[in-house]
Design a protein around this ligand. Structure first.
Ligand code: ZN
Length: 465
């Protein structure tokens, strides 16, 4: 029978589900999960040996900046999705600030077409929701935008007119954009920091002659995030929009989000590994390579972000992977204001989180909800993505909790891996052994094992209210 010929199994692994771990084999057929059967059958020649390993849904990273098209000197989609595959990521959502910026249905469709032959793993695309393109928010959703990204600030002069396609510089235009987003049923993902405060404080610090790495953080204080988060919650509630806060970094902003959730408002939140695991102490050694927005915070905030994972205030983890070249970051050593904000993260994210599992600070079922299940559900990719269940795409990773290693930037895929200093040299416990996308192995032991073009453009289905 034809169906049987294409059937294979993942044998002997421990399957990580959102609510527990089961000892079971997984039957694969045509890139999907066809079912489960008890351990004990012998390993067939086409089967995947998962003995001694955990099998978990691949990470869905809802926050990456792959730089393609537009700035492929920093990185491109071939290398970016290779890095993702090696890191255990099976789907990425790419942000709209490529060139041209995603701001219309036509640009979104052209970007999907451009990236598809370059993609090793599956991908979805953000639309841009800014002051200059309010009228084309709905058409971007119809073209398949997985969500919308908006910055609560005026565009940087360097962004040109493109900047206004993702920037909402005042409350009135913010409210208007949220009303349009509400019509689409998609999520408005927000970069929430009070821009006027941050720019003013940066100017004050510069006037004082401050050029050190800590000055960047001081120019973006906790209350700038808290203020923007509370204002956005209020306005989005009025508009009836679903919103999600990207890279939440402070205890006080998390309190506002926790309160909004208790009220039953449609607010979710993302945490990034760097805010979960690193603090501004790190800037002493990495200087401008640790310049990120929002900045690395103090230990009190880091602990609060971690606590928010446990109590459900944080819904999911995204990397905010944003490669920059060494030549762009280096000038920041003498004057921090000269370096751009952003850092690599996709290749090491899942491994550094697995390390926390081995350390006992997180369970694998918790991890799979945070890096996969919740993202798929909230953004409309479930039930095909995000869980190892019958009928889902066979997107999974094999995890070895006993393998030890070290993050090594020299072994990374990124074109600008030399600038990947945030996690470089960090000891890791546990490792991603192999990554499968729709049943096909795409990476194993740090090496890409499939060809670009395997990845598919994903359009979200109906999203939960
Ligand atoms: Zn970002």
């Amino acid at each position: 029978m034809a169906a049987c010929e294409t059937e294979r199994a993942v044998r002997g692994g421990r399957i990580v589900l959102g609510d527990g771990i089961v000892e079971s084999d997984i039957i694969l057929r045509g890139g999907s999960i066809a079912g489960f059967e008890p351990w004990g059958k012998p390993l067939g020649s086409t089967d995947i040996d998962a003995c001694g390993l955990f099998v978990m849904a691949g990470m869905i990273d809802p926050h990456v900046h792959m730089r393609d098209p537009g700035h492929t000197e920093k990185d491109d989609f071939v290398r970016g999705t290779a890095a993702a595959a090696i890191g255990g990521v099976t789907t990425v959502f790419d942000m709209p600030n490529t060139v041209p910026a995603v701001s219309t249905a036509a640009i979104l469709a052209a970007k999907a077409e451009h990236l598809q032959p370059r993609a090793l793993i599956d991908f979805a695309l953000y639309g841009g929701a800014g002051a200059s393109n309010l009228d084309v928010i709905v058409e971007q959703a119809e073209a398949g935008a997985v969500a919308f990204k908006s910055f609560m600030n005026a565009p940087a002069p360097s962004a040109g007119t493109d900047g206004l396609t993702r920037c909402l510089p005042d409350d009135h235009v913010f409210l208007a954009a949220m009303k349009r987003i509400a019509q689409t049923g998609r999520i408005g993902v927000l970069h929430a920091e009070n821009d006027i405060l941050c720019k003013g404080l940066a100017a004050d610090l510069r006037a004082e002659g401050r050029k050190d790495a800590m000055a960047h953080g001081e120019s973006r204080p906790n209350f700038a995030e808290e203020e923007a988060v509370s204002r956005a919650i209020l306005l989005a509630r009025e508009a009836g929009a679903r919103i999600s806060f990207a890279h939440v970094s402070t205890a006080s902003a998390l309190d506002r989000i926790r309160h909004a959730k208790h009220q039953g408002w449609s607010v979710t939140a993302e945490a990034c590994p760097h805010h979960l695991l690193l603090t501004d102490e790190m800037l002493r050694s990495v200087g401008p390579y640790g310049k990120i927005n929002p900045p690395l915070r103090c230990e009190h905030d880091r602990a609060a972000v971690w606590a928010a994972l446990s109590d459900g205030t944080i819904d999911f983890i995204g990397t905010d992977h944003a490669p920059y070249a060494v030549s762009e970051k280096e000038p920041g050593w003498s004057e921090i204001w000269q370096a751009p904000s952003g850092a690599h993260g996709i290749e090491s994210a899942l491994t550094v989180l697995i390390t926390e599992v081995v350390r006992g600070r997180l369970t694998l079922p918790q991890l799979t909800r945070l890096v996969s299940g919740n993202v798929a559900r909230l953004f409309g990719l479930a039930p095909k993505k995000g869980a190892l269940i019958e009928g889902a795409d066979a997107d999974f990773v094999l995890i070895d909790l006993d393998r030890r290693g070290k993050v090594d930037r020299n072994a990374m895929q990124s074109k600008s891996r030399d600038a990947a200093r945030l996690w470089d040299g960090r000891d890791t416990l546990g490792a991603v052994v192999a990554t499968y996308v729709r049943g096909k192995e795409v990476a194993r032991d740090g090496v890409v094992t499939a060809k670009p073009g395997h990845g598919r453009f994903l359009r979200p289905g109906r999203t939960p209210a």
